[in-house]
Design a protein around this ligand. Structure first.
Ligand SMILES: NC(=O)c1ccc[n+]([C@@H]2O[C@H](COP(=O)([O-])OP(=O)(O)OC[C@H]3O[C@@H](n4cnc5c(N)ncnc54)[C@H](OP(=O)(O)O)[C@@H]3O)[C@@H](O)[C@H]2O)c1
Length: 244
């Protein structure tokens, strides 16, 4: 990772208390960035920030009443923002189920978290990025956005929608210096993966810390481009490290 790139960068990570989000937060903190993480569970926020310079914000991205508080408190802490990682996500009811067996309220909750919440939060942070004519929004996607895996219905449609949202944001704002990416991290050994596929073999999954390292490396290497990039599978963006 290019450590210098991240020095003093102002960064918000949703879902920063577990899995990929936590690994990103810790690596960015180590690299000298100013990091704010957002999640709902206070204990996990405290554990993640202990012994670091990371700022914790309790908030639910699916709750519209939390959005302006999150962006307002972030402005108070960071002043502005350079990177927004829209990483928090809801898988839907576990065990996963066919669409026919899925509660409408559950689809609603998936879309509120993964799509509408992400849209609201992005919208709340964009004015600050537009004022400085720069900023990067990374939407964490999934191969489920393109593969119609049975039983992954709500989650899959939310990620497909986020990918297209990313392309449209790009068309509308890239000339004003805002960069939008949707990146699929690949299968990782995290609580979300465990909820989806409890009998997966951990050694066959990527460690979130490895994915975070490669993701930050990719972002710093491509920092000067404003092309929209929706990339599936780590082979499409990871430039170092892990195979599989
Ligand atoms: N794991 C995989 O194999 C895999 C594969 C492809 C894509 N992805 C994507 O990668 C991203 C990270 O996944 P992960 O596996 O690292 O997840 P994870 O370990 O389950 O962590 C999820 C994080 O999101 C937070 N969160 C969930 N709902 C939230 C809400 N409504 N508001 C605020 N925070 C919320 C959780 O904290 P609280 O519960 O305390 O809020 C937690 O910090 C997700 O976008 C996921 O879709 C994962």
């Amino acid at each position: 990772m290019n450590q210098n790139h991240w020095q003093n960068k102002r960064i918000v990570i949703t879902g920063g208390t577990s899995g990929l989000g936590q690994a990103l937060a810790h690596q960015l903190d180590q690299a000298g960035a100013q990091v704010v993480i957002v999640a709902r569970n206070e204990q996990n926020l405290a554990k993640t920030t202990q012994g670091t310079n990371i700022h914790a914000l309790r908030g639910d991205v699916a709750n519209k009443h939390d959005i302006y508080r999150i962006s307002g408190e972030t402005a108070g802490i960071l002043g502005g923002i350079d990177y927004l990682f829209n990483n928090a996500s809801y898988l839907g009811q576990s065990p996963l189920r066919l669409l026919l067996d899925t509660d409408c309220e559950d689809i609603e909750q998936v879309l509120q978290t993964n799509l509408v919440g992400l849209f609201r939060l992005t919208k709340a942070f964009l004015p600050s990025m537009l004022l400085q004519n720069s900023g990067t929004v990374i939407n964490i996607s999934s191969d489920a956005a393109v593969s119609p895996y049975p039983e992954w219905g709500g989650y899959s449609i939310s990620k497909a929608a986020v990918d297209h949202l990313t392309r449209i944001w790009h068309e509308e704002l890239n000339e004003q210096g805002i960069r939008f990416l949707a990146l699929d991290p690949g299968d990782m050994h995290t609580p979300m993966h465990l909820a989806a596929i409890p009998d997966a073999t951990p050694s066959e999954l990527h460690a979130p810390s490895d994915v975070a390292r490669d993701l930050l490396s990719f972002l710093s290497q491509t920092a000067s481009t404003t092309n929209a990039q929706v990339r599936y599978g780590r082979s499409e963006w990871a430039t170092t490290g892990i195979t599989a």
